[in-house]
Design a protein around this ligand. Structure first.
Ligand code: SAH
Length: 395
């Protein structure tokens, strides 16, 4: 059963040209949206066909258009087609023995918004971003079964109120993995836990940045890694022969997790510094002690609240940069990252300009990263191109 939903006139061009996200304010009759996963036939006010969609409430919108073909329905065939194509497009990743963790299916970038699938050395992790797309779980699992030789499948249900993760046993089918699962990324070992809460231990979208740091920004350098989580950037820097790495993260779990990652790569963590501390407090101490670093990595969450501080990338990134600049060597490099979709590339670049100008200092952008190839982006949905990483050289 399909429900017909109409797009208002002012928005029909945008949707006719392929925009995939259904926004409530773009709809004439949003009141017909009732059951998560409801199949929708999307048309314009004249009744001209736009596409097929499903109803799923996400922070971003109320559903995703998944095809513009007239004769396609939201059924197993559609999931088979989209997922097999995505798998095929990752052949180079499957064939690379040095990298055994990557994204197989990137939501709307691969034709179905609200869902991602990651590969971890034989295991698949499905992220469901709405109760609506979760109604298609069996279709997704079947499509993965048909198109891959999986060992096991896990899931994350990221649709508690406010878009958070619903804690559960995340095992779906196949063999239960033994965790940590040790995956490879450009020859580096990474410990992954698929059944311990929302985060698995690594953010796959930073793969190219980690490699750049190891290959070009570490040798002989002192590297400060802030918001370090499991220390992935520090491990890559250490493997690139950094003189020393310093990891700073507020979360207690970050200490054992970082030690584990060092040990997995036969690195002595005691030659490095790992602090469980508020980054802003760490900055103050470093300034007091006149500590300076050659390479400073900034990878904060979009929003964070600690006892003393709240941080919002959209509001506070410029100040974060200024604090980082104060403890970077005169010829040092700051690697600044944000995944906040509300901070455009231009705005982010503006923060850098302002931070340096306000301090009366010069800089040069020497490298610029966005999402890696496995994180496919929908051509009509540039908002999905969320990752911005600038390598900034002080001059
Ligand atoms: N850079 C990491 C990912 C960072 S995730 C990587 O590449 O793997 C964001 C991290 O910021 C979380 O681990 C969280 O604990 C930490 N965090 C949030 N607010 C913080 C603060 N004020 N000080 C230090 N760490 C903070």
């Amino acid at each position: 059963m399909e429900t017909t939903i109409k797009v208002i006139k002012a928005q029909s061009n945008k949707y006719q040209s392929g925009y995939p996200l259904l926004m409530k304010e773009a709809l004439v009759n949003p009141h017909v949206l009732k059951t998560p996963g409801q199949h929708l036939n999307v048309v314009d006010e004249q009744g001209v066909y736009i596409g097929k969609a499903y109803y799923g409430l996400q922070n971003k919108g109320v559903g995703w258009i998944v095809t513009n073909k007239k004769d396609q329905a939201l059924n197993q065939t559609l999931f088979d087609e989209k997922i097999s194509k995505a798998v095929e497009q990752r052949t180079a990743f499957y064939d690379d023995p040095d990298t055994t963790a990557f994204r197989v299916f990137n939501g709307e970038g691969d034709g179905i918004g609200g869902i991602t699938i990651d590969y971890f050395d034989g295991y698949y992790l499905i992220n469901f971003y709405s109760e609506g797309i979760y109604q298609f779980k069996n279709n997704v699992v079947e499509a993965i079964s048909k198109n891959t030789n999986f060992q096991g499948i896990y899931e994350k249900k990221r649709f508690a109120t406010d878009g958070k993760y619903l804690d559960d046993d995340d095992f779906v089918t196949g063999d239960r993995g033994e965790f940590p699962l040790i995956v490879q990324e450009n020859g580096v070992n990474i410990a992954v836990y698929l059944n311990e809460g929302a985060m698995v231990g690594v953010f796959l979208d930073q793969r190219d940045v980690r490699k750049a740091i190891r290959d070009r920004y570490a040798y002989g350098k002192t590297v400060l890694n802030t918001f370090s989580y499991t220390g992935a950037f520090s491990i890559f820097a250490a493997l690139g022969s950094a003189a020393k790495t310093t990891s700073v993260d507020l979360a207690n779990r970050s200490l054992p997790k970082t030690i584990e990652q060092f040990a997995l790569n036969e690195l002595d963590y005691q030659e490095h510094e790992i602090y469980v501390e508020d980054v802003f407090k760490f900055f103050k101490r470093a300034v007091k002690k006149e500590k300076r670093y050659d390479t400073v990595i900034l990878d904060p969450p979009s929003f964070a609240r600690s006892k003393k501080t709240t941080f919002s990338a959209a509001k506070d990134y410029k100040d974060l940069l200024k604090q980082a600049i104060a403890i970077t060597e005169d010829d040092g490099v700051i690697i600044a990252s944000t995944n906040h979709s509300a901070v455009s590339r231009k705005k982010f670049r503006g923060f850098v300009d302002k931070a340096f100008t306000e301090l009366g200092l010069g800089f040069k952008i020497i490298e610029n990263y966005s999402l890696p190839d496995d994180f496919r982006v929908h051509p009509a949905y540039p908002e999905g191109d969320y990752l911005k990483v600038l390598f900034i050289q002080r001059v």
